[in-house]
Write a protein that binds this ligand. Structure first.
Ligand SMILES: Cc1cc2nc3c(=O)[nH]c(=O)nc-3n(C[C@H](O)[C@H](O)[C@H](O)COP(=O)(O)OP(=O)(O)OC[C@H]3O[C@@H](n4cnc5c(N)ncnc54)[C@H](O)[C@@H]3O)c2cc1C
Length: 400
């Protein structure tokens, strides 16, 4: 396997030293830096930009154990949630344990949710069915016309990613003495050396959390990985007037197609068929709809999923219109005036929940978290280090 840099591997006398280098200060890099520091390792965290601008700052900020695949990933999400609650408190980051509601407006949505609730206790999910009155009591903006009830899950948490991803590096520095090298691109790794913005670091281990940058480090490994990119369009409203609060994070029947947790439900194929027939544009643009509210009172609305190695740089107003039109049929908050529109891009593997590889000894690539990075990264980082110590075994993808 080629290494990531072409420079020689001779001894570099003036190299800076750390036990471990983490490359990329999105949520995956932050989580691995935290876990390494908690294990008593000295850590240097590199970020190309002066603050991280990738998927981690562009997302909803929803920690959503409910949607995760049963077993390892769901359990990882619950451990991540516990870390979020702990560090958000310590770092003074706004967060709210709102739980989540999945509202059912169709027979097939009702059926899928009830099938899921039946299996939930066995699989470790805590959730319950609510009748329409109880749904509206928790989430007063939902329209009652056609509402059949909903699934309530108490585990979900919302953070504001713009605040969290900006503040957490400072928390790592102050609390754990993590060395921050922001505004420095890592251009080469030949263990034990890391080259970044004119500095050379000598480290024992490195973790590459480079998100959708598949080209700078280990490009051959990424080219062979099967990873692709996925572009998502998002919107946020003006702050809701009168300090109005949404209540729980809201998901819709469309989300049941999206989250792997629900794939165990026998009624899911019928639901998918109805949506494909009645809403082909939702299928075309991978639209499923979530609504969450941040600390400023703004509603975050999204999203769509367009896959491909080279995402279109331009957004599609028709996707936003589809999301808003659908939303208006089920939700009547005080204001749906849009304040901001943007898109984010994440890396995704078609067959694996996460892409883990060892491109050279003592280096791990941690990537391909898809739509789950905010939900699972802290637990994943725990697993990566436990695995590295030889006490748990994670499947590493083979590289050519
Ligand atoms: C619109 C949207 C909504 C989402 N909503 C949610 C949600 O609500 N809940 C959830 O769980 N997940 C959500 N996700 C998914 C989540 O955001 C991603 O899984 C996660 O952010 C991926 O984190 P990452 O650290 O791997 O990548 P990124 O956040 O992209 O970070 C990678 C970082 O590495 C840096 N970097 C790359 N190469 C180098 C280099 N050579 N040197 C230095 N720095 C480098 C980049 O600058 C970047 O900052 C959403 C994603 C999007 C796009």
């Amino acid at each position: 396997m080629p290494t990531a840099m072409s420079s020689d591997t001779k001894h570099v006398p003036h190299a800076l030293k750390a036990d471990i280098a983490v490359i990329g200060a999105g949520i995956a890099g932050i989580a691995h830096a935290l876990e390494a520091a908690r294990r008593g390792l000295s850590v240097v965290l590199f970020e190309r930009n002066t603050h991280a601008l990738g998927a981690s700052i562009r997302n909803f900020g929803i920690v959503l154990p409910l949607g995760m695949s049963p077993g390892t990933i769901h359990e990882r999400a619950l451990r991540s949630r516990a870390v979020w609650l702990e560090i958000a408190e310590q770092a003074g980051i706004w967060h709210k344990s709102t739980g989540a509601l999945v509202a059912a407006y169709h027979e097939d949505e009702h059926a899928v949710l009830n099938e899921f609730i039946e299996e939930a206790p066995r699989l470790g999910y805590r959730c319950a069915w609510l009748d329409p009155e109880e749904v509206v009591r928790r989430s007063p903006a939902l329209r009652t016309n056609g509402l059949q009830g909903g699934l309530w899950s108490p585990e979900e948490v919302i953070v504001d990613p713009r605040e969290a991803i900006t503040k957490l590096p400072g928390y790592l520095r102050h609390t754990y003495n993590v060395e921050l090298r922001f505004g420095k691109t890592v251009t080469g790794i030949t263990m034990p050396y890391i080259e970044a913005g004119g500095e050379t670091w000598c480290v024992e281990r490195a973790i590459v959390c480079s998100g959708t940058d598949f080209e700078t480090l280990y490009p051959a490994a990424f080219a062979a990985s099967g990873l692709t990119r996925c572009k998502l369009q998002m919107m946020r409203t003006v702050p809701q007037p009168g300090r109005w609060r949404l209540g729980p994070i809201l998901a819709t029947g469309l989300s049941l197609r999206h989250y792997p947790a629900f794939s165990l439900c026998p009624s899911l194929p019928a639901l998918k068929r109805r949506i494909t027939q009645n809403h082909p544009a939702f299928e075309q643009w991978g639209i499923h709809i979530l609504v969450a509210q941040n600390g400023a009172g703004e509603l975050l609305l999204g999203d769509s999923h367009e896959y491909g190695w080279t995402p279109d740089p331009f957004d599609r107003p028709e996707i936003d219109a589809l999301i808003l039109t659908y939303l208006e049929t089920i939700l009547a908050p005080p204001s749906l005036t849009i304040l901001q529109r943007w898109h984010g891009v994440y890396a995704k593997h078609p067959a694996h929940d996460v892409f883990l590889a060892e491109p050279e000894p003592n280096v791990r690539i941690v990537n391909g978290l898809g739509g789950t990075g905010m939900t699972t990264s802290f637990g994943l980082a725990q697993d990566v280090f436990t695995d590295w110590e030889g006490t748990r075994s994670l499947a590493l993808q083979k590289l050519p």
